[in-house]
Write a protein that binds this ligand. Structure first.
Ligand code: SF4
Length: 363
C-alpha cells in the first residue's frame, strides 16, 4: 500500500495534468483553512470574500471552490451570469456545510427582523456576516442591509448606527459583541436575540443599537482564557493573536485580534525571532508556521474545522474529471455544480455591493 505522501503525489500529478488540459478555463481558489496538499494544487488562497471576488475576475469558465458550501455560494453570487462567458461554480463536496451558517435560516431571519421592527417601531438594518447562506444574504439585500467580513464589521456597523439606525447582526454572536466593544457601544444598547427569539440585555430594547443573533463557530469558541494563561506561562513574552469569532473575554485577553487575512498579514510582517500563539483553525496556523519560518508560530490550541477538512485531493480530482467528461458529453453531470437562483443572486449581490460601497473594499 502506498504511503499517504505517495498517494498525495499521485493525486497531485493527476490534478496538475487535467489542469494543464483545461488551461485557463478552470480556476481553483482555496480557503486559508484548507490542508497543505489542497493549497498546493490551488491557484490562489484567501478568505471567503477574496476568493469569490478574485475567481469572478478570472477568465475561467469553471470555478472549483475549495472551501465550505457558503463560500462556493458566495462565488456563485459574484460569478458572471448570462450568455457571454458565464461562470459555473463547483463544490468538491456539497455536504461541507458550516454549523454557524446553519444557525439562522431565511424563515427565522424574516420573523426576527419583523419582530424587531415591530418592537422598535422603526426600520432595523441587517448586517450579515459572509459566513451565511445565499438566501440569508438575499434577505439582507431585500431589507437594505449589508454583508460584512470579520475585517470590516466595525466599519459597516458604525456606518448604520452613526445614522441612528439600529442593526440586526447575524449570525455570529462573538463577532457582534467584539465589534460592539471595538466601537465602544455601551452594554445597555447591545442585545442578544436567543434561539427562542427572546431579547436579552440590560437596557431598554427600544433604545438599542445592536441586536445580535446567538450563533457561534465551534472552531473559535474552543479557545479559552485557560489556553491563554497556559501559553503565557509556557512561553514568557509570547504574543497571542486570535480571530474575532472567539469569545470576547478571549479576544480581550489576547494581544491582538484580526480576520484571517489580517492575521496572515500580521504574522508575515512580524519581526523575525518573534513568538506567536494563534487562535484560529489549525490548518491556517500550521501553514503560517511553515511559511514564516523566521518566527515561532504555535497554535493557541489545535482546533479543526471538520467541514473544511472534508475537501481533499480525491474530491478535487473528481470535480476536474467531471469537467472533462461534461465537456465531452454535456449530459454528464458536474461534480458538483452549485447554482444560486437568479433572484437570490441579485439581492445577495446587492447586499455585497453595499459592503463594497461602504468600505471601498473590492476584495
Ligand atoms: S471555521 Fe467555523 S465559521 Fe468557518 S466554516 Fe468552519 S464552522 Fe463555519
Amino acid at each position: 500500500m502506498n504511503s499517504p505522501d505517495t498517494q498525495n503525489m499521485e493525486l497531485i500529478h493527476k490534478i496538475q495534468n487535467i489542469k494543464q488540459q483545461l488551461g485557463t478555463s478552470v480556476v481553483i481558489p482555496a480557503h486559508h483553512y484548507m490542508p497543505p496538499e489542497v493549497v498546493a494544487i490551488s491557484d490562489f488562497i484567501g478568505d471567503s470574500y477574496k476568493l469569490a471576488v478574485l475567481a469572478s475576475k478570472t477568465d475561467a469558465e469553471y470555478i472549483i471552490l475549495c472551501g465550505v458550501r457558503f463560500m462556493a455560494e458566495s462565488a456563485a453570487i459574484l460569478a458572471r451570469a448570462g450568455t457571454e462567458h458565464p461562470q459555473t461554480v463547483l463544490t468538491p463536496d456539497p455536504v461541507s456545510g458550516c454549523p454557524m451558517a446553519d444557525m439562522i435560516d431565511a424563515i427565522q431571519f424574516k420573523l426576527l427582523i419583523t419582530m424587531l421592527q415591530k418592537k422598535l417601531q422603526k426600520a432595523i438594518i441587517p448586517v450579515t456576516y459572509m459566513n451565511s447562506y445565499a438566501d440569508v444574504k438575499a434577505l439582507t439585500g431585500e431589507y437594505n442591509g449589508s454583508i460584512c467580513t470579520s475585517s470590516n464589521a466595525e466599519a459597516i456597523v458604525r456606518h448604520f448606527i452613526e445614522q441612528d439606525k439600529p442593526v440586526f447582526f447575524t449570525p455570529d454572536r462573538n463577532l457582534g459583541l467584539n465589534t460592539a466593544h471595538k466601537l465602544g457601544i455601551p452594554d445597555r444598547k447591545v442585545f442578544i436575540i436567543d434561539k427562542t427569539g427572546t431579547i436579552q440585555g440590560e437596557g431598554n430594547p427600544t433604545e438599542g443599537l445592536l441586536f445580535i443573533w446567538d450563533g457561534f463557530c465551534h472552531v473559535h469558541k474552543n479557545f479559552t482564557l485557560h489556553d491563554i494563561k497556559r501559553v503565557r506561562e509556557q512561553y514568557p513574552g509570547i504574543q497571542i493573536i486570535v480571530h474575532p469569532e472567539c469569545d470576547p473575554e478571549v479576544v480581550q485577553a489576547a494581544d491582538a485580534s484580526g480576520s484571517t487575512e489580517g492575521m496572515y498579514a500580521k504574522l508575515k510582517n512580524a519581526p523575525g525571532g518573534s513568538v506567536w500563539a494563534v487562535g484560529t483553525e489549525i490548518n491556517f496556523v500550521k501553514r503560517a508556521a511553515t511559511e514564516f519560518t523566521d518566527k515561532t508560530i504555535i497554535p493557541l490550541k489545535e482546533s479543526l474545522c471538520f467541514n473544511m477538512a472534508r475537501i481533499n485531493l480525491e474530491k478535487v480530482l473528481a470535480s476536474l474529471e467531471s469537467i472533462l467528461n461534461h465537456k465531452a458529453v454535456p449530459d454528464n453531470p458536474l461534480k458538483f455544480k452549485l447554482s444560486v437562483d437568479a433572484s437570490v443572486k441579485s439581492l445577495a449581490e446587492k447586499a455585497l455591493r453595499t459592503m463594497i460601497d461602504l468600505t471601498g473594499k473590492s476584495q
